[in-house]
Design a binder for this molecule. Structure first.
Ligand SMILES: NC(=O)c1ccc[n+]([C@@H]2O[C@H](COP(=O)([O-])OP(=O)(O)OC[C@H]3O[C@@H](n4cnc5c(N)ncnc54)[C@H](OP(=O)(O)O)[C@@H]3O)[C@@H](O)[C@H]2O)c1
Length: 320
């Protein structure tokens, strides 16, 4: 049977890499798009058996090239996203204009399924540029491609993420950890394998016309997440609520770094809980479970930051 072609934009990211493995293992042919094939092509190649993955370099959003890629695909998945703005990469361009363009072309080229990954916890965050750009992107996709599927995940985590790995690094280095908004913001972390499973099932079941909130099995506050991470690396740290004025100053300082730990815009977003809203269906309601629990999963890779681990401050505990 000839595998169906699936076009993935943002394929080199955390979700993309896991999704490619899942799809190609299940006999789908994937066309993965990246801006830099030399830097990122090699690890994509390792995700699939030969013949199941084609990697295409697209430095700019070239209309003709995008059109020709869509002509041979039956499913298009948009995973392109940024956490902070840099140079020409504004939130509006990446989260609103790009999905608008992709969904328009997908409609013109009569793609069967258009799956767009947005985010949870953004609908009320009217003071965050990230959130506004994501909501406008969702609206454009729904307008252009009526039978699109919009996925809204809470935090997606794994050994390949920007979240737990970044916090393990900080918890390993610092004797304290400031908590923004007293660490009370709630999340429903979902493991990347569960997220890839949801996208896979949406393709398999040919689901269309839905907005689906993608969540893991637990509701955890930010403080509970940090405590679980500390337990997992056998460390104790002083956790203190950071007054808002200092929080704002700290994000301004972080923004001077090439890859900020947290930005002022993310600080605004952190005010809003990142949990199911009851406005949309959830993965569970459409029959797709996401059962992996946060602590059980981080235990599988946290050893890297434990005493003696690869990224630990103390790589040789016997010597102290
Ligand atoms: N991870 C989470 O916790 C989480 C939570 C909620 C929502 N989401 C959303 O889910 C989607 C995928 O997340 P992820 O964690 O897999 O993201 P990621 O690891 O940060 O990867 C993002 C992808 O976007 C592409 N990209 C970035 N800037 C681009 C640009 N200017 N032009 C073209 N491509 C660009 C990158 O591709 P190249 O560098 O190869 O070109 C990369 O593959 C994103 O929309 C994200 O906002 C993620």
């Amino acid at each position: 049977m000839k595998p169906k072609e699936i076009l993935v934009f943002g394929a080199t990211g955390q979700i993309g890499r896991h999704l490619i493995r899942k799809l190609t293992k299940n006999n789908y042919k994937v066309v993965a798009v990246t801006r830099n094939i030399h830097q990122k092509g090699y690890f994509l190649k390792m995700s699939a058996n030969s013949g199941y993955l084609e990697i295409v370099e697209l430095k700019k959003f070239d209309l003709e090239k995008m059109r020709s890629l869509m002509k041979t695909s039956s499913v298009c998945i948009n995973l392109i996203g940024i956490l902070f703005e840099k140079g020409h990469n504004s939130f509006k361009k990446i989260h609103t204009d790009v999905p608008n363009l992709l969904s328009l072309i997908a409609k013109e080229e009569k793609i069967d399924q258009f799956i767009h990954v947005s985010a949870l916890g953004i609908d009320n965050a009217k003071d965050s540029k990230y959130a506004i750009s994501k909501v406008e992107g969702e609206n454009s996709v729904k307008e252009n491609f009526k039978s699109s599927v919009i996925l809204k995940p809470s935090i997606v985590y794994s050994v390949d993420d920007n979240f737990t790995t970044q916090f393990f690094r900080l918890l390993n280095l610092l004797p304290f950890m400031p908590l923004y908004y007293e660490g009370k913001t709630k999340f429903m972390p979902i493991h990347v394998s569960d997220m890839a499973e949801i996208i896979f099932k949406i393709i398999e079941k040919k689901i269309t016309e839905q907005t689906i909130e993608c969540v893991g099995p637990e509701i955890l506050s930010f403080k509970e997440i940090i405590i679980k991470m500390l337990n997992s690396i056998d460390k104790k740290r002083f956790l203190f609520p950071m007054p808002f004025i200092f929080a704002k100053i700290s994000t301004k300082i972080f923004e001077l770094m090439p890859t900020p730990v947290i930005t002022t815009d993310q600080l605004k977003l952190l005010k809003y809980d990142n949990v199911i809203t009851e406005k949309n269906k959830t993965n569970l309601e459409i029959g797709i479970r996401a059962d992996r629990k946060f602590y059980d999963e981080i235990e599988k890779y946290s050893y890297n930051w434990k005493s003696g681990g690869l990224y630990s401050k103390n790589k040789n505990p016997a010597k102290k």
